[in-house]
Ligand binder design. Structure first.
Ligand code: GLN
Length: 450
């Protein structure tokens, strides 16, 4: 059914960079055979899933939506996709993204622009736009995205689905093509909170192949969901003052305010909290992320992976010509910013300063969490915008991540859950931010609300 739906919708939607129909059918049949033989099947047996095309899949192209990896077929499997296969999930294809996950609209893909299923003239958000659109349009049941500064939560908000960025270190990054390693996390998309919770239980857990992986027990997140928040100890929810006001669309503000009232009605205690350094999140992120990216992307040199331009006269020209033709405009912009910020003489003024601001933002969260259990804000300042609307103005594109970025800088879990529609029928998202490793609380609040 998922494959049929993909076939019908893809000419308009463009969520997938490749559809793995053959393998999917084989995997599905293997599940059937297990059932027939009375064998045990996994948690996700037979569930069609889409995977963002920056996670390595053995024998299946992994392009990061970049020309430089056009024909790259990984010789190994990422930990998350291995875990999914072990749980019986059926991958139906690799989803579209902004090149190397750099962007907020999926328009930076070197191959295609994905449409928002709610309005085809609009973008699905980014960078995991393909994964969000595929779930929203029911081309698959769940999907995986990656989130460095909002790339799961913002497209979830724009496409009206649930998306979670886990605590840094909860999900292995082994086999995730690195963008900014200190910020990247893989996480689930689902049409319901429960689906996202089940998927997180399947992919989370310690992995010796990722040095930043946390050694923690993984709870059965879905088992703790309840329809209300009336526990013996009241859950305290803090509204981040700084995420309201200037720059926030009034329709989004109204929907989020109403959602907060609803949470109170469900049994939560509402507080207003302040995170005064929140507003420096965006400028510090756009130093730190490009700096890490400039180092991570140095490996694409025409020797080890993907593209190599022919007929270069010498090694240096092979490097430069390969990189000049393989990378897109936004990726080049990031490499240049990052290289500049890390260079001798500028390091202290930019990179080091940004790292100090990162610590201040983290401390803001720590202080807020002395008073409350979960924080709330809008996920994005607006609803989905028109394709082409922001492509010539990178700063206005960066601004869509205003509220999601601080969460990555602090390594915290963040979830976006749909909370209404604007006047054009476009979905709005509510962001819930949790303490380290308290994904369970985010799921509980979102489930009760949903
Ligand atoms: N839009 C942000 C960026 O371009 C975040 C991307 C992401 O989370 N991968 O860097």
């Amino acid at each position: 059914e998922a494959l049929d739906r993909i076939q019908t919708l893809e000419p308009k939607l463009h969520s997938f960079l490749c559809v793995t129909a053959q393998q999917a059918l084989e995997q599905a049949r293997a599940v059937d055979a297990k059932i027939a033989a009375g064998e045990e099947i996994g948690l996700l047996a037979g569930i069609p899933i889409g995977i963002k095309d920056n996670m390595c899949t053995k024998g299946i192209t992994t392009t990061c939506a970049s020309k430089i990896l056009e024909n790259f077929v990984p010789p190994y499997e990422s930990t998350v996709t291995q875990k999914l296969a072990d749980a019986g999930a059926v991958m139906v294809g690799k989803t579209n993204l902004d090149e190397f996950a750099m962007g907020s609209s999926t328009e930076n893909s070197a191959y295609q622009v994905t449409a928002n299923p709610w309005d085809l003239s609009r973008i699905p958000g980014g960078s995991s736009g393909g994964s969000a659109a595929a779930v929203a349009a029911e081309e698959c049941v769940v999907s995986l995205g990656s989130d460095t500064g909002g790339s799961i939560r913002q497209p979830a908000s724009f496409c009206g689905v649930v998306g979670l960025k886990p605590t840094y270190g909860l999900v292995s990054r082994y086999g995730l093509v690195a963008y900014a390693s200190s910020l990247d996390q893989i996480g689930p998309f689902g049409r319901t909170v429960e689906d996202a919770a089940v998927l997180l239980s399947a992919i989370a857990g310690y992995d010796p192949k990722d040095s930043t992986s946390l050694k923690v027990e993984i709870p059965d997140y879905a088992a703790t969901l309840k329809p209300d928040l009336k526990a013996r100890k009241k859950i305290r929810i803090g509204v981040i003052k700084e995420t309201f006001g200037e720059g926030l669309d009034s329709v989004v503000e109204k929907a989020v305010t109403k959602a907060i009232e609803q949470l109170q009605h469900l049994g939560a205690e509402i507080h207003v909290v302040s995170c005064p350094n929140f507003r420096y999140g965006l400028p510090s992120y756009y130093i730190i992320a490009p700096s890490e990216a400039s180092a991570n992307l140095a490996r694409y040199d025409g020797v080890k992976y993907g593209l190599r331009v022919p007929d270069a006269d010498n090694l240096l020209s092979m490097y430069t010509r390969t990189r000049a033709s393989g990378f897109g405009t936004e990726v080049k912009r990031r490499i240049m910013i990052g290289t500049y910020a890390l260079s001798a003489g500028y390091y202290d003024a930019y990179y080091l300063k940004a790292q100090k601001v990162r610590t201040l933002i983290k401390q803001d969260f720590e202080k807020a969490f002395e008073q409350v259990d979960v924080l709330v804000s809008p996920t994005a300042p607006t609803t989905a915008f028109k394709a082409g609307e922001k492509t010539t103005d990178p700063l206005s594109m960066y601004l869509t991540d205003l509220m999601t970025i601080p969460v990555n800088l602090a390594g915290l879990p963040g979830l976006s859950v749909p909370c209404g529609f604007d006047e054009n029928g476009l979905p709005i998202g509510l962001q819930l931010i949790g303490k380290v490793l308290r994904e369970d609380q985010l799921f509980q609040v979102a489930y009760a609300y949903e």
